[in-house]
Design a binder for this molecule. Structure first.
Ligand code: F6P
Length: 358
C-alpha cells in the first residue's frame, strides 16, 4: 500500500482541483493508496511539521469545477535561492527534501508550469524523490504537451471579454484594446482573438509594424466600420521606428501597460477614439471550463498510473488526442512559443485578421 504526496506550484489556474480530485479518486479508489495534499507548494514541506492535509474521496467530491487550488500555492521563492528579508538569498532545498522524507511518501505528484517543474525536478533528483509532473499554466507554454491545465478556461474568459467589447466598441465607434496574459507566449491572445472575432491580434512571436495596424483600422473606417477590437499579448513590446524593440526585461512592458501604448498610437494616427482593458487575473480564476475538467481528470489518472508502474521523472502530456508521458527534461528544456507557421496563425490570416506584420 503506497502513500503519495501531491502539491500545486506556481501561479494558480482553473482545473487544478480537478487534477487533485482525479488523483485521489484513482489512487484511493482503485489502488487503495493514501494521498497526502501538501499545502502552499514547497513551502508546506519547509515548515515543521510539514503542512499537509490527508485527502479522501468524499472530501474531494465537490472539487471538480472549483477554481484556484484548495491546497494553496506560491510562485515566490525558488528554494535554491530563497529570498531573505535583507535582500540576500539562501539555499533551502534540503529543508524541503527532509520535509518530504519525514512524511514517509513513496512518490510525489507536482502540478506546475515549466519554471516550477524545473525546480521540483531538481529537488527530486537531489533528494531521491520518485517524482511525476503534471503541466498547468494559462500561458500554455509548457513544451511538448498541446494543452496545459488552465489554458482553456483562460481562453474562454478572454473570449467572453472580446464578445463584450465588440458591442460597446460598435456602439461608440471606438477601437477597444484588450491586453491579455501569456507571459512570453501569445497562445491566449491568438486563440481568444480568433474565437472572439477580433480584427487585430498582436503576439510577441510575430513582429509588427504600427503602420499595418493603422491601415487595418483605416480600411475598416473606409467601409463604415468605425470600430475594431484588438487583442494584445502582455509580452508584445513597444516599437521605435520600423524595428521591434525587444526589451530585455519582460517586466518593463508589463509595467508600462502595452495595451495603453497601442491605444495612444492608434488614436494619434487614425483619429479613432480608443480604450484599454487589462484582463489580468480574471483569466486565472473562476469555475473551470469542461475541457480543463476533462484534461485535469485525464492527467490525474495518468499520473497515478505512472506511479503504479514505477515510471518516474516523467511528465504527462496531451498529444494527438491522447494522454502520453515524456521525460521531464524534454518538457523543461525550453518554453513553447507560438510557431509563426502554426495552423492558427494561418487561420487568423485566412480570416483577414491583422497580425501586425502585414
Ligand atoms: O504564468 C501565468 C501568469 O498568469 C502569466 O500569464 C502572467 O504574466 C503572470 O503569471 C502573472 O504573475 P503574478 O500572478 O505573479 O502577477
Amino acid at each position: 500500500k503506497k502513500r503519495i504526496g501531491i502539491l500545486t506550484s506556481g501561479g494558480d489556474c482553473a482545473g487544478l482541483n480537478a487534477v487533485i480530485r482525479a488523483v485521489v479518486r484513482h489512487a484511493v479508489g482503485t489502488y487503495e493508496w493514501e494521498v497526502v495534499g501538501i499545502c502552499q507548494a514547497t513551502h508546506g514541506l519547509m515548515t515543521r511539521p510539514p503542512q499537509i492535509m490527508t485527502l479522501g474521496i468524499e472530501q474531494v467530491d465537490s472539487w471538480l469545477m472549483l477554481g484556484g487550488t484548495v491546497l494553496g500555492t506560491t510562485n515566490k521563492g525558488n528554494p535554491f535561492a530563497f529570498p531573505m528579508s535583507d535582500g540576500t538569498t539562501i539555499d533551502r532545498s534540503q529543508e524541503i527534501i527532509d520535509g518530504y522524507h519525514q512524511l514517509n511518501l513513496d512518490a510525489l505528484i507536482g502540478i506546475g508550469g515549466d519554471g516550477s517543474l524545473a525546480i521540483l525536478r531538481r529537488l527530486a533528483q537531489q533528494g531521491d524523490i520518485n517524482f511525476v509532473a503534471i503541466p498547468k499554466t494559462i500561458d500554455n507554454d509548457v513544451n511538448i504537451t498541446e494543452f496545459s491545465i488552465g489554458f482553456d478556461t483562460a481562453v474562454s474568459v478572454a473570449t467572453e471579454a472580446i464578445d463584450r467589447l465588440h458591442f460597446t466598441a460598435a456602439s461608440h465607434s471606438r477601437v477597444m484594446i484588450l491586453e491579455v496574459m501569456g507571459r512570453d507566449a501569445g497562445h491566449i491572445a491568438l486563440n481568444s482573438g480568433i474565437a472572439g472575432g477580433a480584427q487585430i491580434i498582436l503576439i510577441p512571436e510575430i513582429p509588427y509594424k504600427l503602420e499595418n495596424i493603422y491601415n487595418k483600422v483605416r480600411r475598416r473606417q473606409k467601409i463604415g466600420k468605425n470600430f475594431s477590437v484588438a487583442v494584445v499579448s502582455e509580452a508584445v513590446c513597444t516599437q521605435s521606428g520600423e524595428t521591434v524593440q525587444k526589451m530585455e526585461q519582460f517586466g518593463e512592458c508589463r509595467l508600462g501597460g502595452i495595451g495603453q501604448y497601442f491605444a495612444n498610437e492608434i488614436a494619434q494616427a487614425t483619429g479613432a477614439e480608443t480604450r484599454v482593458t487589462v484582463l489580468g487575473h480574471l483569466q486565472r480564476g473562476g469555475i473551470s471550463s469542461p475541457l480543463d475538467r476533462v484534461l485535469g481528470s485525464a492527467f490525474g489518472v495518468a499520473a497515478v498510473d505512472l506511479i503504479a508502474t514505477g515510471q518516474f521523472d516523467r511528465m504527462v502530456t496531451w498529444q494527438n488526442r491522447e494522454v502520453r508521458s515524456v521525460p521531464i527534461t524534454e518538457a523543461i528544456k525550453d518554453y513553447r512559443a507560438v510557431d509563426p507557421q502554426d495552423t492558427l496563425v494561418k487561420t487568423a490570416r485566412g480570416l483577414g485578421i491583422c497580425l501586425g506584420d502585414r
